[in-house]
Every structure is written in C-alpha cells, then in structure tokens.
Write a protein that binds this ligand. Sequence first.
Ligand code: NAD
Length: 359
Amino acid sequence: MSGFTDFSYEAQPMRVVLRPGAAVTATPDEARRLGLRRLLVVSGPRGADTARVVADALGDACAGLHTEARMHVPAEVARRAVEVARAAGADGCVAVGGGSAIGLGKAIALRTHLPLIAVPSTYSGSEMTPVWGLTEHGAKRTGRDPSVLPRSVVYDPELTRSLPVALSVTSGINAIAHAAEALYAPDASPLVSLMAEEGVRAMAGALPAVARAPESLDARGRALYGAWLCGATLGATTMGLHHKLCHVLGGTFGLPHAETHTVVLPYVLAHNAPAAPEAMAALGRALGTDDAPHALWELSGSLGAPRSLAELGLKEADLAVAGRAATGQAYANPREVTADGVLDLLKAAYAGERPGTRP
Ligand code: NAD
C-alpha cells in the first residue's frame, strides 16, 4: 500500500460550478468574484454562436469575441489572440469550447498572465490542468505553468447537449484515460486516486445514457461531473505510456485527439496491467469488472466508437515509426517501456483485436 504511506498532494486554487444554464448565469458571477470588468471571450469557429451567448451574458464586462481557436493551438493563432486581448484592453479571458478553445485561452494567459475562466463543452479535461500546449513548425510543445490554470471552471450540461454522440463517447474515454493513468502515476496520492476511480465510474455510467438520450441534462451532467474528476487527476499527476503514444500519434501522424485516446487506451492498459495491480483493481471497481481493458474496449465499441488505428487512417508502415518515437525518451510508466513491447501493443491497436490476447 505504498500510495498511502508516502505521497504529496497539492490542491489546485480554483472554483468549479456545475449547473444547467451556468454558462449564461454563472460566468458573469465568476467574473465579478474575480473582479474582472473587461473579458475577452475566445472560442473556435464552430463554437462561435455559443461563445456569443456567453459574451452577451457578460454585457458591459465583455471586451470582445475572438473565434479563431484551432486544434493544438498553432503558435500564430496564439500570437494573434494575444494581440487581440491587448488591443481590447482585456483584464481577463473566458474560453468557451473544447480543449482547443481552452488551449487558446491558456496561451493568452501564458503570455499575458490574464486570469482565465473556462466554460468547457467537451470532456477533454484541459480546464482542470496547468498544462499548456503550442504547435510550431509541426511540433507541439507542452509545459506546466500555474498562470494558465483557470481561476473558475463553469460546467454547463446544456452546452454539451449539442456535442455529437460519437464525439461525446470518444471525449468521455479521453477523460477516462486521464484517470486510468493517474491511478498508476509515480505521483499518485490517495485523494487523487479516489477522484480517478469515481471519475471513471461516473463517466462510464454516463456515456451509455448520453448515447441513448443526448439531450438528457441528467446524463450530460453526470458526464461533466466525470470529466471534472478525471481532468483534475490529469492536472495532479504525471501521465505515462498512453498519453505519450497518443501525443505521438496525434502530433506526428495527425490522428484525431479523442478518437486516438479511445482506440489506444484498452491496449495500453492491457500492456500495463501486470505491473499495476492496484490501479487495475480500482478501474475494475469503477467499471464493475475484473478485466478493465476489455470492459473499456466493449464500452466504447458498443457505443459505436472506432476500434482500430487503421480506421483512424494510420498506415501499417507508420507503426514502427510511432513505436520508436514513443520509446525515444525515458518517462514514467508502471511497466518498462521497450521498443518490442510498444510495437506489439501498436500492432494490436492497429488491427483492433481484443486487448490482452497477445502474449
Ligand atoms: P476540440 O476542442 O478540438 O473539439 C472537437 C470538435 O468538437 C471541434 O470541432 C469543436 O468545434 C466541436 N465541439 C466542441 N464542443 C462542442 C459542442 N458542445 N457541441 C458541438 N460541437 C462541439 O477537441 P477536444 O477533444 O475537446 O480537445 C482536444 C485538444 O485539447 C487537443 O489539442 C489536446 O491536446 C488538448 N488538451 C489539452 C489538455 C491540457 O491539459 N492542456 C488536456 C486535454 C486536451
């Protein structure tokens, strides 16, 4: 029980509000609590209508609306957004949308130290972390900085009703991936592990309900509750092989973020399982199974998610390149990361075979 006798835990200084309608009703309140009077609202182009509603709710406290967020925060997009924030005389920023919009809000906060309010519309979890990312010359750099951690997070189940079921499912499994790796992280701690287990339980229970009734505020609320907990575990711990592999597959081969997490997770968990019995037990309790990798594979597959890297457009010849990229540097993982082990795992994920069936 090493995790209970030797750990450190740092609480993140932020407020969280979860309530239907909160994007409109709670965002202005959060701005007032923070003493902010001129907020720049940022979103992606597809989230512009929602962001406008939030901007309208801010009334005079809105300094402008900037709807140019793009996946993986290209550096020139970040530079432009910083210019817009400065030109508007903004004293804060509200990011409305998924991980891409929140990533742009973080990029503004990183350069300007303006306080950030996040209004998430997916389950990616970025709003709960002090991690920023910027993409330049085809490479994504990431780092941790307390100034990019949102001061307030406003979860509004109404906002996620429009999230298509397919993306809801993969985004939900993306969240579960954070919690799964937090359970075996080198800096795991008891409270974070409780959040991880409960986050997986909540999300795994909510996703079938979201798929059945995407308009259900109860199902959407439970999924956001799970996203909050899973995202908090991502912010609190160091991720392992799964996140490394997905970073490579997204960054080098352009594979879609949430879908890639969904396909890869069961295979990494099957690979790591022998070296992480306590994490597997926690996942098993959350999922009501004694084979968590298989249960996750069943859950996402039964809800129509892609099951193989081939379906996502990866070429068989890319497997070895991806395997080498993911094993180039040392990083924390419960099981030793070897070139052969990772290549085997990638081959299984490429084919979409039942996880854990390879020796
Ligand atoms: P995303 O923000 O790119 O959104 C995916 C798509 O869904 C977009 O087309 C968006 O317009 C659409 N969308 C979002 N919300 C919607 C809604 N409610 N209704 C209808 N459509 C909606 O994707 P994502 O998966 O949320 O985030 C992925 C990005 O976030 C990646 O760049 C990833 O690296 C980053 N991320 C960062 C962290 C971190 O801690 N820094 C954590 C997780 C993810």
